[in-house]
Design a protein around this ligand. Structure first.
Ligand code: PLP
Length: 358
């Protein structure tokens, strides 16, 4: 089967096989890695190696802390303003889709937020966004929050605006899909359940000068300084998810790192979008320059066939293609772990479905 779920998403088969092999008796320790103290030497080695591998993959500069936290993307929707917004300051929030809108709804609970909706629709019904350099940013904003890949909307932008304020990015659904220049960001966060590993683990990559003051009134489990000072072990971390993320990082290195993933991801997305664009039966309504490499929403010519499409796809081993309820239609999430064969199989299935029902 090929699993197109937006998250929790499929993991690399090789990683799942390795985890299965060492599940009960991990490295001959007589127990599973998930039954082992996070403070034990073997686990600390796993944790440190995972951090180093991630640093290598994303070329993370030394003045950034890498934190392995709980709470998912939504946990970071609160953690970001709690850590980065001091009394009297305000932050710019760019709305490019459903998730950045949710980030605003959480952040307004904690401080002064200036939201800016950059979503636009052309007269022809094409969904697009305002280019990053045309965003109206506030001088002196504590930070600019954005979501470069909108998982629900299928909208992705890669350019960042020129600004003196730190850029805070929710990269939950695009991290590790291509190289990025970490030094362009003040902070990056990502829930693990798409391109990293199982849900329950959340990555936060924070420039050191942005760590909050020692006496800040932040819930301890969301406090970046506490997490950094305790090597992400202030409380018990999601150890199994951390271990599995470590296996994924090693797999990524074996594949040729994020540069190789970028080539592969571009080819996968290209194959699917090309077919959709050529077809008279399927459509995607996102401006071509902002189409996501990771999440591809598409619609059938006849919406009444949606359920049949999903059922027949599943019978062909193509799982979780039903679109998000806010967008409708279908959505194929094609993260790093999805091989090109998965997309080829999907396109063949779509062709056959179109031939019969188009
Ligand atoms: N941000 C983005 C871009 C997401 O795709 C998601 C979940 O799909 C979230 C945030 C929320 O993540 P979580 O469910 O881990 O809180």
């Amino acid at each position: 089967t090929f699993n197109f779920c937006a998250g929790p998403a499929m993991l690399p088969v090789a990683v799942m096989q390795q985890a299965q092999q060492e599940f009960i008796n991990w490295q001959q320790h007589g127990c599973s890695v998930m039954e082992m103290s996070h403070r034990s030497k073997p686990f600390i080695r796993v944790a440190a190696e995972a951090e180093q591998d991630l640093r290598d993959l994303l070329d993370i500069p030394a003045n950034y802390k890498v934190l392995f936290m709980h709470g998912g993307g939504r946990g970071q929707f609160s953690a970001v303003p709690l850590n980065l917004l001091k009394p009297g300051q305000s932050a710019d929030y760019i709305i490019s889709g459903a998730w950045s809108k949710s980030a605003v709804e959480e952040a307004v609970k904690y401080g002064n937020i200036a939201p800016q909706d950059i979503r636009q629709k052309s007269p022809g019904g094409i969904r697009t966004v305002v280019a990053p350099n045309d965003w109206q940013l506030t001088q002196g904003a504590a930070y600019v929050h954005c979501c470069p890949n909108e998982t629900v909307d299928g909208v992705e932008f890669t350019a960042l605006p020129d600004t003196n304020s730190p850029i805070v990015a929710d990269l939950s659904s695009t991290i590790l899909s291509r190289p990025i220049d970490v030094s362009r960001y003040g902070m990056i966060y990502a829930g693990a359940q798409k391109n990293i590993g199982p849900s329950g683990l959340t990555l936060a990559i924070v420039r050191e000068d942005l760590l909050p003051a020692k006496d800040a009134r932040i819930p301890s489990v969301l406090d970046y300084r506490l997490a950094a000072e305790n090597d992400s072990m202030f409380n018990t971390p999601p150890t199994f998810a951390w271990y599995l993320a470590g296996l994924v990082f090693k797999w990524l290195k074996q594949q040729g790192s994020v540069t190789a993933m970028a080539t592969r991801n571009q080819a996968k997305a290209g194959l699917l979008y090309d077919y959709i664009d050529k077809s008279d039966f399927y459509s995607n309504d996102v401006d071509k320059q902002y189409r996501s490499w990771m999440n591809v929403p598409f619609f059938l010519g006849d919406e009444r066939l949606n359920d049949m499409f999903v059922d027949q796809a599943e019978a062909h081993g193509l799982l979780a293609l039903k679109g998000h309820r806010m967008v409708g239609g279908m959505r194929a999430s094609i993260y790093n772990a999805m091989p090109i064969e998965g997309v080829q199989t999907l396109v063949s299935f779509m062709q056959e479905f179109e031939r019969v029902h188009g």
